[in-house]
Design a protein around this ligand. Structure first.
Ligand SMILES: *Cc1c(COP(=O)(O)O)cnc(C)c1O
Length: 402
């Protein structure tokens, strides 16, 4: 569990690393090595038998990676952490660890596109079934749980509709059935939301996003109980092999140090843009977890520190209007991913969620006019100027028609 610094802002910088252990190096050294030498054949035997701590081979563990794993575990208030080469490597390692053929998973209604794709693959190839559940009603959730359900898999806020799920309620119901709750905490980061403290069991991150924060790494993280993490480390991670490189682990350790400062600024900017977007005639709906007038705001307030940096909104028009708006932007970049210093914008229906059949996608609330904005760290006024001039190009459409 690490040193246990009292405050998040200290843990995020110091947890899992002591310069005294590394010749005084302030920055965590990058152990860029594939393997580790043994002092003797007997030492090698002891390490393989698990009778002596120490490194063997970087797919099984690496000191730079270990510092990152200890840091994320401390930040999520979990017992142990594990780092992966991508968020999807983390998602797949966890779901494969928790299921076998003929098992069943209950999922939140709305998932990251590739998680949806993975569940489809698991159903088609291994007969592992899943059902979606809105998770806004205890009784409905209980009815969705089957005798062969082995885990509940939740995203909140949900990508990209920003719906929120009451994690305390889900954890309470799951306990009645003795099944673990897995939370994809990518959108919130442990700075804004710590599901383990609310009774959930396993955390997954696409560290590619806010944890890295600089758009230069693809990586994943998992946090949970020591036994579970050790099990994943020795089975689905060791044998499937989706590990992170020491250099990428180092970049994440570096990015993490500014997480609280960045999240405060992302949220500040998002709140400003949310207010502006809400009032604009070219926009029909705006979805933001920090919306104080939303009926679910009580849940947000009870489990999140702030609303975060992601906003979705619907253009008052068609798919083509949404694309025209994106094309008209000058400062904001058209790109998937999120959580970077740069403000990024994308069209879920044709990009991140294009693999989902249209009927299912529309039911999930992802319309053809929906746009997702990952608000960056720039001046919000410059961002609004860009959005406003982009929306003005849609206004011209009506004038031309008249
Ligand atoms: C990006 C993302 C993932 C997948 O992570 P990768 O690092 O791209 O593999 C999973 N869940 C959510 C919510 C994401 O945004």
């Amino acid at each position: 569990m690490g040193e246990g610094y009292k405050n998040f802002e200290t843990s995020v910088i110091h947890e899992g690393y002591d310069s005294k252990d590394h010749l005084g190096s302030l920055s965590t050294p990058i152990f860029q090595t594939s393997t580790f030498t043994f002092d003797s054949a007997e030492q090698g035997e002891r390490r393989f038998a698990g009778n002596e701590d120490g490194y063997i081979y970087s797919r099984l563990g690496n000191p730079t990676v270990k510092a990152l794993e200890e840091r994320i575990a401390a930040l999520e208030k979990g017992e142990a952490g594990l780092a992966f080469g991508s968020g999807m490597a983390a998602v797949s390692a966890v779901l494969i660890a928790l299921t076998k053929a003929n098992d069943h998973i209950v999922c939140s209604q709305g998932l990251y596109g590739c998680t949806f794709g993975l569940l489809k693959l698991m159903k088609e190839k291994y007969n592992i079934h899943h059902d979606f559940c809105a998770m806004d009603d205890e009784q409905v959730l209980r009815k969705t749980i089957q005798p062969n359900t082995t885990c509940i898999y939740v995203e909140t806020p949900i990508n990209p509709t920003m719906k929120v799920i009451d994690l305390r309620m889900v954890a309470k119901v799951a306990k009645e059935y003795g099944i673990p709750v897995v939370v994809d905490n990518t959108f919130s980061t442990p700075y804004l939301q710590r599901p383990l403290e609310l009774g959930c069991d396993i955390i997954i991150h696409s560290a590619t996003k806010y944890i890295c924060g600089h758009g230069d790494v693809v990586a994943g993280l998992v946090v949970g109980k020591k036994d579970f993490i050790q099990g994943v480390s020795l089975t689905t991670q060791k044998d499937i092999g989706g590990i992170i490189s020491p250099f990428d682990a180092w970049l994440l350790l570096r990015g993490l140090k500014t997480l609280p400062v960045r999240m405060d600024r992302h949220t500040f900017n998002a709140e400003k843009l949310f207010e502006k977007l809400k009032q604009h005639p070219e926009i029909s709906n705006v979805y933001y977890p920090g919306d104080r007038t939303h009926p679910d705001y009580g849940i947000v307030e009870s489990q999140m520190k702030q609303g975060g940096g992601l906003i979705s909104f619907e253009i008052n028009g068609t798919k083509e209007d949404a694309q025209k708006f994106l094309n008209s932007l000058k400062l904001i970049k058209i790109a998937v991913s999120l959580g970077d210093a740069e403000t990024l914008i994308q069209h879920p229906a044709t990009m991140t969620h294009s693999v989902i059949p249209e009927e299912t996608r529309l039911k999930m609330g992802i319309s053809n006019q929906l746009i997702r904005l990952s608000v960056g760290l720039e001046s919000w006024e410059d961002l609004w100027d860009d959005i406003e001039q982009g929306l003005a190009t849609l206004g011209n459409r009506f004038e031309i028609q008249i």
